[in-house]
Design a protein around this ligand. Structure first.
Ligand SMILES: [Zn+2]
Length: 479
């Protein structure tokens, strides 16, 4: 069977969106004009045992949270609901929901897309071989779909002592993975903001003189200095809008080629984690054919001579992380609510309605309508307004599932090991007098469970994606 086509991936997302009720879609105004939005969706495909293609998460959205609001967000408000970023959060939430279902069924349970991992120490004499990723993939292809007891070589360590230590750390962590033959695809109804679309941005300006709004010594704003290419940018916004420190979707997707599509709380190691990141890299990015500028795509995501990720070619990190570039393919399929291409008429009357302010999120297990990063009808400071994919809800559900898994396995409840005891003096896993966890979101992020993922990001930020200002300020809160 040939690889799944770009049109089939786009169709899968467009059809899933079409099937949603009207409240998830941009409005049609009384005068007949239609609001527009951007749609993105994650599609999983597999060829064995029978070919399957499924839209796992779709989202619409075009905005992000100003930096000034971060401190009030307390994990409840999304920072970034550009469609592709929200679709990725939905994908992570679906994975957690499915892991919970697998935990309920137990190790004998089977899932169409996910599997239990078998982890064992090399000292048992059955898993001591080392192999590269390609050999590993070959073995998996030969294995077909029977992977429940495979051993996954994960580490590049060169000393036996280090391997032993790593295997010990692996026991009980990241019990789930995708089936290795599953491919992950992302469709977006327009080119991602930032570096991959700078040429499109330039050509759409009446005056193509770059807006000199930020000196090149700092992270660039979305469209400022748009003659500078291949650089990390913040999300674009109107020059008079409050500043955001969310990175552009181009930059975030470029980084995912190193960290996988799994979020930190889903892929953390030790007793914190759920899923192994090694099989969770994007295979294909599908964009409208007329939104693809080949040199921009190659520069932004590529590792060839002009690619900004060229220094990462062949790179592997501890924890199952490898530099895994995706392929960008074009489609002629059209999203019914895309921004109309017709310019304002000669009379100056705007023919098209504004961009929609509602954001839809849909997975096979849940649907939400969001406005300003929280559930429609809720205020940003209302705890009940937190989306199921917010930082708070994700940490909550992963933690609860870990406790279930630990109980089932007859081990102790999960705890974390802070790597920096000065910054994290509180004992892990303890509660305050009012029942809240003593751990803050920040202390968990700085814990050793996140060390491998953090090392990947820091490596990439210091080489291929420099000037990546971190969007900090929403992490000093507890569950
Ligand atoms: Zn974007």
């Amino acid at each position: 069977m040939p690889p799944v086509s770009a049109d089939a991936i786009a169709d899968c997302v467009l059809t899933a969106f079409q099937a949603l009720p009207a409240k998830y879609k941009p409005r049609s105004l009384p005068d007949g004009r239609k609001e527009w939005t951007i749609l993105a969706g994650i599609v999983l495909s597999r060829e064995k045992p029978t070919p399957a293609l499924k839209c796992i998460s779709l989202a619409t959205g075009m905005k992000c949270l100003p930096r000034s609001k971060l401190a009030e967000a307390k994990g409840n408000v999304l920072h970034d609901w550009h469609a592709e970023i929200l679709a990725l959060r939905g994908f992570n939430r679906w994975l957690v929901d499915e892991c919970a279902e697998m935990a309920r069924l137990g190790r004998k349970g089977r899932h169409e897309w996910l599997r239990w991992r078998h982890t064992r120490s090399r000292s048992d004499g059955t898993g001591g071989e080392r192999s590269g990723r390609h050999e590993d993939e070959l073995q998996r292809a030969l294995d077909g779909v029977q992977h429940t007891d495979e051993h996954e070589p994960e580490h590049e360590s060169t000393t036996g002592r280090e391997e032993d230590t790593m295997d010990d750390a692996l026991e009980g962590s990241q019990p789930f993975a995708l089936h290795p033959e599953v491919k992950i695809h992302l469709y977006i109804s327009s080119a991602p903001c930032g570096d991959a679309s700078m040429e499109l941005t330039m050509s759409s300006q009446e005056d193509s003189t770059p807006w000199a709004t930020a000196p090149p010594t700092d992270i660039l704003s979305g469209r400022g200095n748009f003659d500078l290419l291949g650089v990390v940018r913040r999300k674009p916004s109107r020059p008079d809008a409050p500043v955001t420190w969310s990175k552009s979707c181009s930059d975030k997707l470029a980084l995912k080629q190193c960290t996988s599509l799994l979020s930190g709380v889903v892929s953390a190691g030790e007793s914190m984690g759920l899923m192994w990141p090694g099989d969770c890299y994007l295979s294909t990015l599908v964009l409208p054919e007329d939104e693809i500028v080949p040199e921009a795509v190659e520069r932004c995501f590529g590792h060839g001579p002009t690619g900004r990720l060229r220094t990462l070619t062949g790179k592997r990190w501890q924890g199952g992380y490898t530099f895994t570039p995706f392929t960008v393919l074009g489609t002629d399929k059209v999203f019914a609510y895309a921004k109309p291409m017709t310019p304002p008429s000669a009379t100056g009357v705007q023919q098209t309605a504004n961009g929609s302010n509602i954001s839809a999120l849909s997975t096979p297990t849940r649907t939400e309508v969001l406005i300003n990063g929280v559930l429609q009808g809720r205020k940003q400071n209302d705890l009940k307004g937190a989306s199921s994919v917010s930082r708070r809800r994700m940490w909550e559900v992963v933690r609860a599932l870990q406790e279930t898994l630990a109980t089932t396995a007859g081990t102790i409840a999960p705890t974390i090991t802070p790597t920096n005891t000065t910054k994290n003096p509180e004992p892990a896993g303890q509660h305050t007098s009012d029942g809240a966890l003593k751990e803050t979101y920040k202390s968990v992020q700085l814990s050793s469970a996140f060390a491998h993922r953090r090392a990947v990001k820091e490596d990439v930020w210091s080489t291929a994606l420099q000037r990546w200002n971190r969007n900090e300020g929403d992490d000093e809160w507890r569950l």
